[in-house]
Design a protein around this ligand. Structure first.
Ligand code: S3P
Length: 164
């Protein structure tokens, strides 16, 4: 039964997923990392070269593979917003955990990280609106919501372990 971490960019999915897997002695996959490995390039370069639509197709193909092969999976912020991906996540019958944080904290965490093409291209208002829109989707698809605000990754991991 896989544990699938979902949530907006900057909510700590990769850090928390890795730490959770380590502490449970389970296998871990970061979907963004898997995409970069398969593509042989970074996600921003992939976006620039092929565009978001092609990225989403690769993401969809690798999501299925990752869910089949790993115990704990951290997804990209856009992954659960695609209906084909929602079906794959639901069919996995695992525990889907939404990590959340207030938008200001997310901004502070992301800083000027230009490794995130979606963040890079959006105005402040459009970014805020995207979070709101996606949050509703994450909430609908998750079993548990964890507020990561003002907590360190170890505290978040302890909270997740108490709930799964
Ligand atoms: C994306 C988020 C990124 C990555 C890609 C697209 C998005 O992952 O998958 O840049 O659509 O929000 P993180 O959530 O790990 O930043």
């Amino acid at each position: 039964m896989p544990v699938i971490l979902i949530g907006f960019m900057g909510t700590g999915k990769s850090t928390v997923g890795r730490l959770l897997a380590e502490s449970m002695n389970q296998s871990f996959c970061d979907l963004d990392e898997l995409i970069e490995k398969e593509a042989g390039m970074t996600i921003p370069t992939y976006f620039d070269t092929y565009g978001e639509q092609v990225f989403r197709q690769l993401e969809q193909d690798l999501l299925k593979k990752a869910i089949d092969e790993y115990d704990i999976l951290s997804t990209g912020g856009g992954t659960p917003t695609i209906s084909a991906n929602q079906k794959v996540i639901q069919a996995a019958m695992g525990r889907t955990i939404k990590l959340d944080a207030p938008i200001d904290e997310i901004r502070a965490r992301i800083g000027d990280d230009m490794n995130r093409p979606i963040f890079k291209k959006l105005s402040q208002q459009a970014f805020n609106e995207l979070k709101e829109k996606r949050d509703a989707i994450y909430t609908k698809f998750c079993d548990v919501i964890i507020d990561t605000s003002q907590k360190n990754p170890r505290e978040i991991v302890a909270e997740i372990k108490a709930l799964i």
